[in-house]
Design a protein around this ligand. Sequence first.
Ligand SMILES: CC(C)(COP(=O)(O)OP(=O)(O)OC[C@H]1O[C@@H](n2cnc3c(N)ncnc32)[C@H](O)[C@@H]1OP(=O)(O)O)[C@@H](O)C(=O)NCCC(=O)NCCS
Length: 160
Amino acid sequence: MDVIIRKARLKDVSGITRLWQQLIGCHQNVCGYDKPLFAHKKNALSIYRKYITKCIRSRNSLVLVAESDNALVGFVEAAIGKLPDIYLHDRELRILGIYVDENFRRKGISRKFFSEVAKWGKKKKVYSLGLMCSVHNENAHRSYSKIGFEEHHWKMSKVI
Ligand SMILES: CC(C)(COP(=O)(O)OP(=O)(O)OC[C@H]1O[C@@H](n2cnc3c(N)ncnc32)[C@H](O)[C@@H]1OP(=O)(O)O)[C@@H](O)C(=O)NCCC(=O)NCCS
């Protein structure tokens, strides 16, 4: 099964949106996103379509897809983010979404995604990659650790 990793094009928006819906399902089943804190707007799907279209067009974002047999089986979305000016390295490349179809996992697709994302980040003079991950998503933790990511913050929220 050959898998091609390439930059996303506008014609991929529907395929990416379909994978994003699967990612949302995973968030709800595995990551505890069924709480009111994470409730979606009714038109979340159309908002996401517009959002990912904008990311594909943006020079400060990178959207990659994995394609097998003319079907999309994974995507990653990253954007350059700014840290406070006090930091020597004040630009990081944030991974804002990553998903690989269940049938294509553990075949090195996310490793290739991260390698391409890092290459692009270096060209853009970015110092590090950053991502957030639910505390419940242990498979993703294990996978990110193997790729070299290290934990350094806990994000906490309180409904007021
Ligand atoms: C997390 C995810 C993106 C990993 O993608 P993947 O293509 O299967 O990962 P890879 O095959 O490239 O594996 C990368 C490394 O992680 C390891 N790994 C992957 N899944 C793992 C798991 N479930 N448990 C332990 N290690 C794992 C692999 O062994 C590999 O390490 P190695 O090269 O040293 O052997 C994929 O499981 C996924 O889409 N999960 C559902 C959505 C999700 O959780 N997204 C992240 C939200 S923050």
